[in-house]
Design a protein around this ligand. Structure first.
Ligand code: ADP
Ligand code: MG
Ligand code: ZN
Length: 487
């Protein structure tokens, strides 16, 4: 392609605080009833005064620290003036020239994406358009909820990079418990700025795309804009700097308005709030709250468990499942110690147990979960580890394992209880299996004949018969071996 896409992102995230940004109203994104979490302050009544939510400031600083930003010793709030029915005050308190965090970076696939700034502002209310009516309603529960805005430099070069950046940022917000960052619920909102330029030429005119409520839509909007802008440039015309919206039904972007300039908003320092001063001791306190981050977890999962990159990614993205795996692994380690005396479980064997755990968690357990929350799993990691050890020791066949796991998932019961109660222990007594094999041979003369004439399929049939006769308790390998011997 002749043109190189150049992309910068602006990402808003609602902060996970108890109360709103400048008043003590509840910040409850799950509130169903409209206009209950409101007060004179967030409704912009005359004579009311805002008070800064300290926790919100801390959460933004925490995010800034993780993104390697400079944390401003002094920052301030500004009024951004505009009218919209979901904005009761007629202005939004935001940060203009002195944001809390500036000049950071985030590494995505070994490439550094520069972060221009991270600042703090307040969210607007929500307009609701009831179907089949000619009016709109407004719900102010969200008005004044703390909102963080991140702005990147135009460092991204493809839709994959843009998506990966947004996904990694979402993951960081979740690890930090700064925001639930659920895009469907509007807790995280991505705006894409995109332009095209010819190789080694200066940057082209950018277009801003709003209303992107999923990663898939971010990708599609970028694809669409690349094609649209290339066509404009090919025909010798100029791209207009404007704000466009994503039209989901048509899968296109449409022009919404010519891009406004910052002077249109008549920003001025918020007269009702003091300068915000951050002390080194405050920053150190916030630093101490930073938990293990996604990239650190990736590295540790490789070092500690030597997992495949694709499995690590699942555990890192589904943090709770990753934690379930780690608890299981630590229980498996205890079990490994216990059976060591008899079986000499060494490091290599431990790795086999870990692989087995990963496989059962990522296939069977995830399948049973079917979108339910990890916290709803009734199986304790200890029981799950015991289950893995039973398979490892050959006490239950892989077929029985599925049955046992299903039962454990339903009731949370102990696996050894289940296999004892339901008589599911794998048959290891070869004389008993031989007895059954002999029966099968005498009852199936035709397949036996076929096998002796060289038909391999016939053996599979006979293995199936043995399995059925033992209700799955013989392992297919043992059945196979004994059949071959006796035939
Ligand atoms: P504005 O003043 O229009 O808001 P900014 O300079 O603040 O513009 O940039 C807003 C966003 O647009 C940032 O994410 C930035 O990286 C991105 N951006 C700036 N210039 C370009 C460009 N030429 N192409 C693509 N994105 C750009
Ligand atoms: Mg801007
Ligand atoms: Zn309020």
């Amino acid at each position: 392609m002749k043109y190189q896409p150049v992309i910068g992102l602006e990402i808003h995230a609602e902060l996970n605080t108890e109360s709103k940004m400048f008043c003590s109203c509840l910040n409850n994104p799950d509130e169903k009833q409209a206009n209950v979490n409101i007060c004179p302050v967030c409704m912009g009544h005359p004579g009311t005064l805002p008070v800064i939510n300290k926790r919100a400031v801390e959460l933004v600083i925490k995010t800034g620290l993780v993104l390697n930003c400079k944390i401003s010793k002094q920052s301030k709030f500004d009024r951004k003036n505009y009218f919209y029915p979901d904005l009761p005050k007629g202005y939004q308190i935001s940060q203009y020239d002195k944001p809390l965090c500036e000049k950071g970076c985030l590494e995505i696939n070994k490439e550094k994406v520069r972060i221009t700034r991270v600042h703090l502002e307040e969210d607007t209310g929500k307009l609701v358009h009831p179907k089949g009516t000619d009016y709109s309603l407004v719900d102010f529960n969200r008005a004044g909820v703390p909102l963080m805005e991140l702005v990147t430099e135009p460092d991204l070069r493809s839709r994959e990079e843009a998506k990966r950046f947004a996904q990694e940022f979402q993951l960081i917000l979740r690890y930090l418990k700064v925001s639930e960052a659920n895009m469907e619920k509007g807790q995280m909102r991505v705006e894409v700025n995109i332009s095209l330029c010819e190789k080694d030429q200066k940057l082209g005119t950018k277009v801003e795309i709003k209303n992107l409520n999923s990663f898939r839509v971010v990708e599609r909007a970028i694809d669409y804009e690349i094609k649209r802008q290339a066509k404009v440039l090919e025909s010798g015309k100029k791209v207009i700097q404007e704000t466009r919206g994503w039209h989901d039904a048509k899968q296109i972007t449409i022009s919404q308005r010519v891009k406004e300039e910052s002077h249109d908003y008549r920003y001025f320092p918020e007269p009702d709030l003091p300068i915000l001063r951050t002390k080194v001791s405050d920053i150190n306190k916030i630093k101490a709250e930073i938990p293990e981050l996604p990239h650190q977890r990736r590295y540790r999962f490789k070092q500690e468990y030597n997992l495949l990159d694709k499995d690590i990614e699942i555990f890192v993205r589904n943090k709770e499942l990753g934690e379930y795996f780690e608890k299981t692994a630590s229980e498996v380690r205890n079990w490994a110690k216990e059976i060591e005396i008899k079986n000499k479980v060494e490091a290599q064997e431990f790795e086999r147990l870990i692989k087995l755990s990963v496989n059962y968690i990522l296939t069977d357990l995830q399948w049973l979960l079917k979108g339910k929350k990890v916290s709803d799993i009734l199986i304790t990691p200890e029981n799950f580890a015991e289950f893995i050890v039973l398979i490892y020791q050959g006490k239950i066949s892989s077929k029985i394992a599925k049955q046992v796991l299903g039962e454990m998932f339903k009731t949370g019961a102990d696996p050894s209880h289940i296999i004892q109660e339901q008589d599911l222990v794998q048959l290891t007594d070869t004389t008993e299996i031989e007895k059954i094999v002999k029966q099968v041979i005498s009852q199936n003369p035709k397949p036996v004949e076929d096998y002796r004439k060289g038909k391999q399929n016939a053996l599979q049939f006979l293995v199936g018969k043995v399995m059925a006769a033992t209700r799955g308790k013989a392992s297919p390998e043992t059945a196979n071996k004994i059949l071959k011997k006796l035939l």
